[in-house]
Write a protein that binds this ligand. Structure first.
Ligand SMILES: [Zn+2]
Length: 294
């Protein structure tokens, strides 16, 4: 069932686990993620990006998430979130159709512009009881910036307190060496700057921190991040990879199969397996029981 992210964040803090936020873009990815949550009795966040909204249509993807969350998930709590909202307009549209949380990503802008744009989104969202995730520092793909540039783009702990105080965000995406995208899956992840993460957490201990670009991060790094205030971990690339790899294999092995349902079923199962492993890793497996006594 769909619940407000506020409830899940409170529950995760009280019971010391981290929420997985999984990107979905169609029926099949949503089914794969939700079936994993059901199998593991885990609360989860389902999130959509602006590109997925352009691909599927806001109403269509929202209805898919809402319907699957009630029909397939039953009492398993699921929160719906906008990932990387770049404009006030997309933030407002998602709030209008029932998202309980949005991200306003103005991290590309200079500090004060980031603050102003995010504050504008916060004022609008909070007036409608919707949570806001901001981003300070910039998370980029491995192919986009050099290691030196990435170091410069990391979140500055000394700015984090001011940013949170001036914007009023409910959660903060941090850049601590994490990277978006597919290239790192082949080349290996850079290490997280755990000292920086700890300093950020100490500066704003009440604010849940969000780790973007966590696909492919080893378990040890994830654990160290969770110890230092990471309360939400975004997984996107691994979902898309598992979907596509399973589909490619299915097509290669079965050149005569033409039924999309038959072709796509292994992809749904592959996503489910990937997400189930993450839910175990994040410590959220089994935690739905505590919320709903199921
Ligand atoms: Zn991201």
């Amino acid at each position: 069932m769909l619940v407000h992210l506020k409830e899940l964040l409170k529950h995760a803090a009280d019971h010391e686990y981290t929420l997985g936020a999984f990107n979905v873009e169609n029926l099949e990815t949503t089914l794969g993620v939700v079936r994993a949550a059901v199998a593991k009795r885990s609360p989860i966040i389902l999130q959509v990006s602006e590109t997925s909204i352009r691909y599927a249509g806001l109403k269509a993807i929202t209805n898919i998430v809402q319907t699957i969350s009630s029909v397939e998930a039953g009492v398993i709590p699921i929160a719906l979130h906008l990932d990387h909202g770049k404009t006030f307009r997309s933030v407002a549209e998602c709030i209008r159709v029932g998202f309980s949380s949005i991200m306003m990503d103005a991290s590309d802008m200079p500090f004060m512009e980031n603050v102003l744009l995010t504050k504008q989104a916060v004022d609008f969202a909070h007036g409608r009881e919707v949570l806001v995730q901001g981003e300070l520092g910039v998370v980029r793909g491995l192919e986009e910036v050099s290691p030196e540039e990435r170091a410069k783009l990391m979140t500055k702990p000394e700015e984090a307190e001011e940013y949170v105080r001036k914007t009023g965000v409910d959660a903060l995406a941090v850049a601590v060496g994490n990277v978006h995208g597919i290239i790192k899956m082949r080349k290996g992840n850079p290490d997280l700057d755990l000292g920086r993460l700890e300093a950020i957490h100490n500066a704003i201990p009440a604010i849940p921190l969000v780790l973007h670009g966590a696909s492919g991060l080893p378990q040890s790094e994830i654990f160290e991040g969770m110890k230092r205030g990471i309360r939400i971990i975004n997984i996107d690339t691994e979902i898309r990879l598992s979907f596509t790899n399973a589909l490619r294999e299915m097509l290669m092995k079965n050149p005569t199969v033409f039924d999309p349902r038959e072709l796509l079923s292994p992809s749904i199962q592959a996503i489910q397996r990937v997400v189930e492993a993450k839910l175990e890793m994040f410590g959220s497996a089994g935690k739905a029981t505590l919320i709903n006594k199921v």
